[in-house]
Design a protein around this ligand. Sequence first.
Ligand code: ADP
Ligand code: MG
Length: 619
Amino acid sequence: SHFPECVIVVAASIVSSKQKWKEFFTRYYKPAIQQLAVSDARTKSLTVEFQDIVKFDVRLSEELLSNPGKVLKDAEDALPLVDLPVKRKVSAFVRIVKIPRKMQVRDLRSDHINTFVSIEGTVRKITDVRPRIINAAFECARCGNILYLPQEGTGKFLEPSYCPCNEEKKGVFRLLFKESTFEDYQRIKIQESPEDLKGGEQPQTLDINVSNDLAGIATPGERIVVNGILRSIQKINRDGKTVYFDIYMDCNSIEFEEQEFDELEITPEDEEAILKLSRDPNIFKKITNSIAPSIYGYDEVKEAIALQLFSGIVKNLPDGTRIRGDIHVLLVGDPGIAKSQILRYVVNLAPRGVYASGKSASSAGLTAAAVKDDFDGSWTLEAGALVLADKGIAAIDEIDKMKPEDRSALHEAMEQQSISVAKAGILATLKCRCALLGAANPKLGRFDPFDNIADQINMPPSLMSRFDLIFILQDKPDEKRDASIAGHILKSHYAGELNAHKLVDNSSITDEALAEAMKPIKPDIDSNLLRKYIAYAKRKIFPIMTDEARERITKFYLELRKPGEAENSPIAVTARQLEGLVRLSEASARMRLSDRVTPEDVERTINIIMTSLKQVGMD
Ligand code: ADP
Ligand code: MG
């Protein structure tokens, strides 16, 4: 009784996938193909949504994923067979987009080799776009015959060894450039995006081969989805003996970030929880208390970071000027006072956080660099931490120890939020629309309390002035505070001990006891919810300044500008501070999801700014 079914299966597989594609294109993509037929673009592509293939024939869609080399070729061969009103043959690349199952680089396994995969990531590096030979024409020196040899694109150049005119003797050949076919080619390296990494994980990378109209369209720092065939390549270790296999992708299509996979998903239930939270009169305190609760004290720093997480509003003015909304914060302080710890916490909390140290950043440094590629020695453009943190927060530890090249690039990066690279023939502008949270030590490692504080910060004033808030953190012995810190640190260690113990011996420690021990270091708002709250605020809330708030800001700014107040300060009070005031006040309004900036928001901002200025020695 199973027999008839078998027959059906066999019959179905006889219909070649080329036939199916012709039918599919005719049914779903005729207008698009018609357009291609009349277009005179040099290279043409037909973009096909995966879901359409599923709708048409699930089996074809599955075959595409499991055997993409053949199926895509069939698709491209089928394209010219589609009957069109204009009698013209269309040949184009078929590019498949919107594959529902997206993977991370770290999820790739040997099973995925030679299948069609869809991978999300941030562009880390790009090479120049160069021609690559795909069909090489050779002239035989003996008989003058021309032989064509398709290149496989594995990086190795293939040459014929014999010509039919003499099969006994190895031939001598000359490559004919005119007769050969070339395509544009580029290699890009993607790495996992910061928001997809769990605390402390190192991002993994994947090399992508892109060609034709896909070459040259991606820029370092951009978040993209690459779809294509995963390949493996045999490589030989530096010792010259051991062989290993590396993976790369032959790219079929690139999708640029859209809202869908841009940010965290917020469900209607989440939204309800967010709106409820926003109506809490203590929302500001609650958010502040949820930042690094295991770190004792630093209320102003935590307030500043809270504002930074929400950020002000980006303004695009009619004359083309763009004013950043991101808030930059700098912590300068003695060693061992939890600066690094705070930075790491923020990176984990922020919807998009990147941590880097000024001392040991990658070859691209903090900003970006043109570097010699380790693979083939060509020049590549590599994104540094600030570019990778585009639309997020870059936490830069030991920023005072950054490389001199970064120092100059940082000026542009912080204010214009872009980085220009002009080196080795590479000319590019990369976006780095991120907030910077920097940490630095005093010049001599520790503050000398008897010397002028401002003189002990190892940063040029021009750079200092680009921070909206600077905090000076001195580690002065203070019995009461020290006792509290000790108490708090010991409490968190105790909670950690109970937790570790419970993992190996569940019975001796009750859930209640553990919860009780965790209480002092538990954030008021769960990090997952807070992350969504922040994303929601940044997506939906664009507050507007009330007249009263504007008056309050003007008054405060004029007071700050009064002569005598700040003459010896390392940070001149300029219009930059005024912009900072606006940004911080907007962020404050955003924190309670309010679309009005009120005098209370300004007051809160003034308090934080005054604390910050006093510490720098500007009172
Ligand atoms: P820094 O980067 O300022 O040199 P770290 O972040 O490396 O310092 O901190 C050193 C250690 O001291 C960390 O384990 C941190 O948790 C602890 N520590 C210092 N100050 C505090 C504090 N106020 N509350 C809790 N832990 C603290
Ligand atoms: Mg440190």
